[in-house]
Design a protein around this ligand. Sequence first.
Ligand code: UD1
Length: 434
Amino acid sequence: MDKIVIQGGVPLHGSVRIGGAKNAALPILIATLVAPGEHRLDNVPELVDVSSMLSLLGRIGCPSLVHGDAVRLDTSRVSFCEAPYDLVRKMRASVLALGPLLARCGEAHVSLPGGCAIGVRPIDQHLKGLEALGCEFELSGGYVHAKVNKLVGNRVVLDFPTVTGTENILMAAVLARGESVIENAAREPEIVDLASFLRSLGARIEGDGTSTLRVQGVTSLAPPEETYSIVPDRIEAGTYLVAGAITGGDVTCVGVRPRDLEPVLEKLREAGCQLELGTDRVRLIAPKQLKPVDITTLPHPGFPTDMQAQLMALLSLAGGRSVFTETIFENRFMHVPELMRLGADVQVDGNRAVVTGVASLKGATVMATDLRASASLVLAGLAATEGPTEVLRLYHLDRGYERLVEKLTGLGAQVQRLPDDLRGRMLSELAATA
Ligand code: UD1
């Protein structure tokens, strides 16, 4: 397996082009099922999760052609209404097949995602919403077996504004008879993008971006003539801005929507970073000394949990104490022990982490158990001044950051992707403990 090797301490400078949002591309790809025919999408990020979603669609009977960030997908026929375990295991977002398959075929068999590195992550709210639209479920053999005669619009009040839960219910509601209202719906920009895509197929949706989604069901949907372009990835952009901030650099993210980044930009400003916003770009100029900032993760428009680990890497170098409160996932401080190996000073107590800034970080070998945690380790490695940092288990990064090494190198980082010499590492670890 590959690893990333970073010689840190180099201030990053220049521009980086941000790709399409993973968390918008995944629901939009599977949403093509509700409109049989040929779909054209662009600004689709080149990520392992996107390939997994296309494999799932292939398994369902919908072939695709990928050319760079352009995807053509034929959903004319569906031969298999199942998201099998081997695919769901690799990518939890496969659970998004539930709503579209029910809308398209009246049945769906989706493997339960089970626990994952950042918590239990149940799907009870997805099922509650789909049940309100008339679906019936049976849980057996690790699968949700779902069926419905006719989807009928209804009012759904979510206990929590779950992102993929809102998406699953929305993708079914567009083909239900009558009106559906989803209350306490998620408001993330990726929900707005999914709603725009569904509207381009003929769906009637209002209220996206607010807590109340109103859907007037239609009898059929069809792919538009035009190519649909996926919204830019606010988390990828936020990560590169932090890369500029943590290295004392000057980085511009191009091809972004600054308003989607606002909750993150606000915290970067508080940390002392200078920001310049254009229509499709954000420039960050790092301060000489970062200031501590308190961060509480919340559903959008609050601070995104997907940027918590990256900000923790950043604020581990601030001049003072920052308090992080994670309210979305119960187990999302897995990066803390690894950041501490690089010299960060972090105390965790339940869902709070207190970060006391240190003067510098030092290179080390680290590995992470989830995507954003891995990103935080790369960021810390870019700032580490003594010795190289090796980041292992790159499959997490490949799920969510396209051409990471190439983009960082373009900003002047000294970073390489190498095959991991597992045997050599084991021998040197043995020698060190002997
Ligand atoms: C999505 C994002 C993920 C992001 C997260 C929170 C995608 C593909 N993934 O994940 O990157 O970190 O939003 O912004 O878009 N919950 C329940 N019951 C449910 C559903 C959720 O209890 O039926 C809980 C979860 O356990 C978690 C919280 O709600 O504690 C938020 O989860 P949710 O918004 O559903 O996250 P995902 O949609 O899985």
